[in-house]
Design a protein around this ligand. Structure first.
Ligand SMILES: Cc1cc2nc3c(=O)[nH]c(=O)nc-3n(C[C@H](O)[C@H](O)[C@H](O)COP(=O)(O)OP(=O)(O)OC[C@H]3O[C@@H](n4cnc5c(N)ncnc54)[C@H](O)[C@@H]3O)c2cc1C
Length: 460
């Protein structure tokens, strides 16, 4: 006798939803994804993919403008063709969305283009249809938070989702908010040739990140000519004839050509039937989940930005996969927050994994910390950059690598070595004995491990 196929319904086709759909289909389930705005989600269509594509161009610009120092004769500073740049970005995002839709179709996942909501136990509404499900996954994402006094008009006052409709590069851009998104766009637009003012409500940019890395990037921003305003909270933004006026909380005003709002995200959990289905939200409207993505309602899981646990595409995808493995009876490891690698795509990039120095300073974790500047790295010298560092944290007793920070061009690629060390509980000795290519930036990771070995094991 064959058992009936389990029915899975997924609300939302971003990485939280589509990666879960692929896993569930692979496990033989009958899977339907209900998505309102486009497969790939905000991740692919408006947020992660477009911003990283923009940043690839800004990195190329930096390289071109640095090339004279590397012995290349050019005809002067490079400039950007904004229309071509934005078309490339939107075309690439659409193509990525189509690729994912094709993958879902190839795995027999049904996709319904509609707004969906939970109706009750095991029941979902998708437009006019009612769908029965053995398990439901909610992965509806989040949207940009808007300041009450700064209504985006899509022309001069913008959320990051509206940038790619512009026909020019903002000549004088004011970015309100200096978290990850604000810092990334400020860095990219400055490299592309905009004059940038970054308004930070805290003492420094990237207040939640490794303090050394944040200080370093702020210094780089200032050295390159960015105006960084600390302890300055944007209160309102007014559209003028040819630009914008931003009023800060203390009454100061700033003028620019455009204003970009990067002041956080609001979960898309309104009007999706959470109350009806008994799905509990926290005070900020995020869906409460445990480490295998279960909500408070039996049979209803949630993944991604709508849970607010860690707002990263890779994390959303992992939460979604774990939900499906759990729902379909597979062995599953609860998600580990302290092993998640993340990158801030400024120039240089800031990549982190594992235990943070903040936790060490707060006395929550005991660790040795070693920071090695990249300016002595031979490959860095050859490439002509002097900024950045590698930081490793290890257990004082066992020498096990607990975490790390890499500030460097392509730190997003370099961090994998530290990630593997953290995940596999490698010791500084094991990392130090691993071959790194000469010359390479990753040579600084093994060198940092060698330096940490000088202290290991702990002497009484
Ligand atoms: C500017 C920016 C850059 C970023 N860069 C990175 C990065 O470099 N790396 C990284 O890991 N993360 C990055 N992120 C974060 C990443 O984009 C998110 O963590 C990721 O999109 C979360 O995926 P998700 O599936 O939860 O939601 P989303 O990608 O938002 O997808 C949710 C989907 O649900 C649909 N939906 C919503 N409500 C309904 C409904 N009622 N019915 C049907 N469908 C619905 C939406 O249409 C959407 O398609 C970035 C974020 C921003 C803002």
């Amino acid at each position: 006798m064959t058992l009936p196929r389990q029915k899975i319904v997924i609300l939302g086709g971003g990485p939280g939803g589509y990666e879960a759909a692929l896993v569930a289909a692979q496990l033989g389930a009958d899977v339907t994804v209900v998505d309102s705005d486009g497969i790939g989600g905000a991740c692919v269509l408006t947020d992660c993919v477009p911003s990283k594509t923009l940043i690839e161009t800004s990195n190329a610009m930096t390289l071109v403008n640095r090339s004279a120092g590397l012995g290349i004769a050019t005809g002067g500073p490079a400039s950007v063709n904004a229309t071509r740049l934005y078309h490339r970005i939107t075309d690439l995002a659409r193509a990525q969305s189509s690729d994912i839709a094709a993958r879902l179709a190839a795995e027999d996942v049904k996709v319904i283009t509609a707004k969906g909501s939970l109706v009750g136990p095991g029941l979902v509404r998708a437009g006019d249809e009612q769908l029965r499900a053995d398990a439901i996954l909610v992965a509806t994402g989040a949207r940009p938070r808007i300041l009450p006094g700064a209504q985006p008009d899509g022309e001069r006052i913008l959320t990051w989702r509206q940038l790619y409709d512009l026909t020019e590069l903002p000549p004088d851009l004011i970015v309100i908010g200096s978290g990850v998104t604000g810092a990334e766009f400020a860095s990219a637009y400055q490299a592309l040739g905009s004059r940038v003012t970054l308004v930070s409500s805290r003492d420094r940019v990237l207040p939640h990140e490794d303090q050394d890395a944040a200080n370093h990037i702020e210094e780089v921003f200032r050295r390159r000519g960015m105006t960084v305003l600390g302890r300055s909270r944007g209160r309102s933004v007014r559209r003028d004839r040819d630009g914008v006026t931003v009023t800060l909380d203390d009454g100061r005003t700033l003028t620019g050509s455009h204003c970009l709002l990067t002041v956080g995200m609001i979960p898309r959990t309104e009007h999706i039937g959470c109350d009806e289905a008994g799905v509990k939200l926290d005070a900020r409207g995020f869906i409460e989940v445990d480490r295998v993505s279960r909500t408070s309602a039996p049979g209803v899981y949630a993944a991604g930005d709508c849970t607010g646990v860690l707002m990263l595409a890779s994390f959303a995808a992992m939460q979604g996969r774990i939900a499906m493995w759990h729902a379909l009876g597979e062995a599953v490891h609860p998600v580990r927050l302290d092993h998640v690698a993340a990158t801030i795509f400024t120039d240089p990039e800031i990549a982190t994994v594992g235990v943070t120095q903040r936790a060490v300073t707060a006395g929550e974790v005991s660790a040795r910390v070693l920071e090695l500047p990249l300016r002595t790295n031979p490959r860095a010298k050859m490439a002509g950059f002097t900024e950045g560092f590698v930081k490793l944290l290890s257990s004082p007793g066992t020498g096990v690598i607990l975490g790390g920070v890499v500030v460097a061009p392509r730190a997003s690629e370099l961090i994998l070595a530290v990630s593997i060390a953290v995940e596999q509980r490698l010791t500084v000795e094991q990392l130090a004995q691993t071959f790194a290519v000469y010359p390479s930036l990753s040579g600084s990771i093994t060198e940092a491990a060698r330096k940490l070995m000088e202290f290991t094991p702990d002497t009484p």
